[in-house]
Design a protein around this ligand. Structure first.
Ligand SMILES: CC(=O)SCCNC(=O)CCNC(=O)[C@H](O)C(C)(C)COP(=O)(O)OP(=O)(O)OC[C@H]1O[C@@H](n2cnc3c(N)ncnc32)[C@H](O)[C@@H]1OP(=O)(O)O
Ligand SMILES: CC(C)C(=O)C(=O)O
Length: 563
């Protein structure tokens, strides 16, 4: 039996007839007016709406971040919402440069209660809405276009009348034709013009027309066309602030908001980290930081993003996803080898105060108060760059390039065997096990160096070692301490490479030495030694390499015997 194609249940969203659209050529060079609706749209969509205490904490954080317009609730919805708004007003908690907004349906008793909630505020915006799309007209209200228009105009008239009774407050007005994005444009214009004709905004005293994608139903370019169409055709445009309120049903709210601003929107409503009905409102953090990475100061301060995130998570009781742009736990983390390599090189080359140019990182984590420590993490997808970066950052060990390659095999083996992430501490433990704790069959004991200027072998050495649990005293000479040490050992050693560096400074400084050598004409391999004395560190490094090779040879013999 043929299954019906489920897509036949849906219709394509119609394009807007706007062939001379201008928005694709625009560049966003200044931030829009930001409005946070966390305490309203965000709050109304929570499993447990915020208590007054949480709302207050959230409100104070929004102010600290720099929000100047904050929708504080739906006061006619509940006593909690009403009391919260009264608390803000009566306790003088609203800074002079911050405007609060309160939302109401266009119903008389709700409007009266809403205006009552903000009486006494220095400034307040009454936000009136009614849904205007065909499906709402048909299914929810059972009303004609004119009846729907009348809901909006009657409500506007009442708001105007009520606020006039409280001239001590500087009143603003916002009208939202809810479900704008799925409404015929000519009807949206008609209802907005009817509202503004009553409110009578002026260029000096503008009103806000908020055009939401209450449910996101089209690609962002269509929304941008709708905004440009309205921006061009609205009556009294010079007296109107066009606002957008994108939801994220298609996962493109951020793009919709950005294109809408290019298309003429002056203001954006959203929530931090994209909380809000269903898939959420547009995320103000992402929008602001996107501007920041284009060299435009968003006017919002997210320089301590973790504190902001903690507050939002605790108030909303919803986690921020680990991959959330700019703020998620994993967004400044690279596991894969080639990414780590490029980031490590980028950090090394990046100069303070110059244009940011670190591959794979669109923003300096420090600008969000995030540290570099978490940037590079190691698992089975990682390469030498990542593990050497961590050893360097956390333990001050700077491995020479060929040692990085050799050591990364040991780390990879552990990552493959466990299938888990390998923390910096694990990498250090593997390094210790693999190189620094190689004290059998030869273990360093002590040494005494004598300079002999008359002798061609200008350095003479006495060394005390342990060899397979027996004490071993050896003497030798060479043209330097390592040469003398190698000669005293009496083994067939060819020294190929040598590196050293100090770890730390002052009295506690130590020396790290890395040697690459060939024993008995076998393959080259590395040894490493750390000691407060640089000469001792180099002897330990030689013994580390010798011991590693002897163990390898013994292992090969055992395998051959078993075969
Ligand atoms: C897209 C958005 O996010 S809009 C904001 C939505 N937020 C909320 O709804 C949260 C707060 N709301 C509430 O607490 C309640 O809805 C209240 C207290 C405001 C009202 O509750 P109720 O009186 O029970 O009405 P309810 O919310 O069910 O609304 C349905 C009625 O209001 C009418 N209505 C809905 N929206 C509007 C509006 N914007 N303007 C005028 N009337 C409206 C409906 O037609 C319906 O009328 P009917 O009862 O005659 O059929
Ligand atoms: C009331 C309006 C602004 C709204 O929340 C929406 O349309 O999503």
């Amino acid at each position: 039996m043929m299954l019906q194609n489920p897509a036949t249940k849906y219709r394509a969203f119609p394009p807007v007839n706007l062939t001379d659209r201008q928005w694709p050529n625009q560049i966003i060079s200044k931030p829009p007016i930001w409005m946070s609706t966390d305490l309203r749209d965000g709050n109304q969509s929570l499993i447990e709406p915020m208590s007054a205490e949480k709302k207050l904490r959230f409100f104070d954080m929004l102010i600290a971040v720099g929000l100047k317009e904050i929708e504080v609730g739906f006061p006619s919805a509940s006593q909690t919402d009403f009391d919260f708004v009264r608390k803000l007003v009566e306790e003088n908690r609203i800074p002079d440069d911050v405007t609060i907004i309160v939302l109401t349906q266009s119903r008389e008793e709700l409007i009266r209660r809403t205006v009552d909630s903000v009486v006494g505020a220095k400034r307040a915006i009454i936000h009136l809405y009614n849904s205007v799309a065909p499906v709402f007209r048909k299914v929810v209200f059972g009303m004609s276009r004119e009846e729907i228009t009348q809901i909006a105009t009657t409500g506007t008239t009442l708001v105007k009348e009520l606020v006039a009774q409280h001239p001590e407050t500087e009143w603003g007005f916002e009208y939202t034709p809810e479900s704008f994005s799925t409404t015929e444009l000519d009807f949206s214009k008609h209802i907005c013009d009817a509202v503004s004709a009553i409110w009578k905004p002026t260029p000096a005293n503008k009103m806000i027309i908020n055009l939401p994608s209450t449910v996101e139903c089209s690609t962002p370019n269509v929304y941008a066309d709708q905004i440009e169409w309205m921006s061009r055709k609205l009556a009294r445009r010079d007296s109107i602030i066009i606002s957008v309120h994108p939801h994220n049903d298609r996962g493109t709210a951020v793009a919709s908001a950005e294109l809408a601003v290019m298309a003429g929107a002056d203001r954006v409503e959203g929530c931090l980290f994209g909380n809000g009905e269903r898939t959420g409102n547009v995320d103000l953090v992402t929008l602001a930081m996107n501007l920041y990475t284009q060299g435009v100061n968003p006017g919002l301060d997210f320089s301590d993003i973790d504190t902001v995130r903690k507050c939002v998570e605790e108030c909303n009781q919803l986690p921020v996803h680990p991959r959330h742009p700019y703020a998620g736990d994993l967004v400044f983390t690279a596991f894969s080898g080639s990414h780590q390599d490029a980031i490590k090189k980028g950090f090394a080359k990046q100069q303070p105060d110059s244009i940011w140019e670190v591959p794979y990182l669109p923003i300096d984590p420090a600008d969000l108060g995030r540290s570099y420590d978490a940037v590079i993490r190691v698992n089975s997808q990682s390469g030498k760059g990542g593990m050497s970066y961590l050893l360097e950052q956390e333990y001050g060990l700077v491995l020479p390039r060929r040692l990085q390659i050799e050591f990364s095999r040991a780390v990879q083996a552990v990552a493959d065997a466990t299938g888990r992430e390998i923390a910096a501490q694990d990498i250090h433990e593997i390094f210790q096990r693999e190189y620094l704790e190689q004290d059998a069959p030869y273990a360093y004991g002590s040494h005494r160096l004598v300079e002999d200027t008359k002798n061609a072998e200008s350095v003479q050495i006495d060394i005390n070692l342990t060899h397979r649990a027996s004490a071993l005293a050896l003497q030798g000479g060479g043209n330097g301490p390592i040469d003398a040490f190698v000669n005293a050992l009496g083994l067939d050693i060819k020294l190929m490479d040598y590196h050293e560096h100090s770890i730390g400074s002052g009295a506690n400084a130590k020396a790290a030495c890395y040697v690459e050598l060939r024993l008995d004409n076998g393959p080259t391999l590395f040894g490493a030694g750390i000691d407060s004395n640089i000469v001792t560190a180099s002897f330990k490094a030689v013994l580390s390499a010798v011991n590693r090779r002897i163990k390898q040879t013994e292992g090969e013999k055992t395998t051959a015997a078993a075969a």
